[in-house]
Design a protein. Sequence first.
Length: 241
Amino acid sequence: MRIDVVSIFPAYLAALDLSLVGKARTAGLLDLRVHDLRDWTTDRHRTVDDTPAGGGAGMVMRPDVWGTALDDVLTEGATLVVPTPSGPSFTQRTAEEWATRPQLVFACGRYEGIDARVAEHYRSAGVRVEEASIGDYVLNGGEVAALVMIEAVARLLPGVLGNPESVVEESHSVAGLLEYPVYTKPPTWRDLEVPPVLMSGHHGKVARWRRDQAIERTAARRPDMVAALDVDSLDKKDRAL
Ligand SMILES: COc1cccc(COC(=O)c2cn[nH]c2)c1
């Protein structure tokens, strides 16, 4: 998979050279390229923004500079991702879908955002354009959101994570449930005990306890997710436990 990030703060993306994503790059599993949007400016001041049409505070990123940059970066079958507070929520399902794409191009907006005609132009040119939000808050730019989404996608790529089982088991992957609480040694720590069932060696009981914990946690912390639960599939899995 190829991932490109276009930003006026390319240094922000240096974190991608570390750990998991860094290993995936050196192993050739991920072709990650970071670009400075200002490389596509033509004026002496390397201007990327201008005042908002219709007035109002702040600045808007110009369509012409973004257009020349994205024309150079987008390849056949690419998905253009625009991190923005006003996009649909990025979830584990989104990460799973994007992990199958040949190329993701992240357009990191700053200021008040990017001229809306950029997304409109590429959509009408047949490019898959996905505006995506990582949460209901406003950041100063899309770079941090791009880091979040790239990590969530990259770790799903075959060979990137040492231990593939841990991808399946974990939170938000099992039937839309939150993850159960985890424990390790020592069996007692500051008078707190590991739940005895986990020390029983009875795998069926452990699996059921974990399932029950995941359901309880989801109901307590994320009632919104309970509404979307596929109870039948839960039942089926429960009967198998
Ligand atoms: C492209 O237009 C804009 C405008 C304003 C801020 C940003 C940066 O993204 C976020 O703030 C964000 C992404 N998910 N949750 C918050 C982009």
